[in-house]
Design a protein around this ligand. Structure first.
Ligand code: ZN
Length: 131
């Protein structure tokens, strides 16, 4: 199996710290625990990276969530309309239901992508944040 460790894809998919990729950024790993959806650790317990670099840092993730949502909607469209041959109106309903069901995942993916724009993986980072 190919290891994704060290790639941004690894951090984006797992929600792990973008710098060391050892620990999750989230207090609750399951995005469907809705009340804890936005609860994140202040700092990485492994490398001490501060996740919320500035106040309302993660508002920027909203801009990421649009293209992420469109990608998911496009996949649903291709599957429903082109592969399964459903009518346009049924396809539309499928997309709306999909968007609602996947919202927690889209929100987390968007945060993960957003923070990975600003922070890069460091292979040999230590507890105090020095390489
Ligand atoms: Zn870390």
């Amino acid at each position: 199996m190919i290891s994704l460790k060290g790639t941004k894809l690894n951090s984006v998919i797992n929600g792990s710290c973008p710098v060391c990729q050892n620990k999750s950024m989230y207090k609750e790993p399951n995005p469907y625990a809705i009340s804890k959806l936005f609860e994140m650790h202040e700092r990485c317990s492994s490398c001490n990276t501060k996740f919320k670099m500035e106040p309302s840092f993660f508002y920027g993730a909203m801009y990421v969530s649009y293209p992420v949502g469109i990608i998911f909607a496009a996949i649903a469209f291709v599957l429903s309309y082109l592969v399964f041959g459903l009518s346009l109106i049924t396809t539309y309903i499928v997309i709306v239901i999909e968007m609602v069901l996947l919202l927690p995942i889209i929100i987390r993916l968007s945060r993960n992508i957003w923070i990975n724009v600003f922070l890069n993986y460091k292979k040999d980072i230590t507890q105090n944040g020095k390489t």
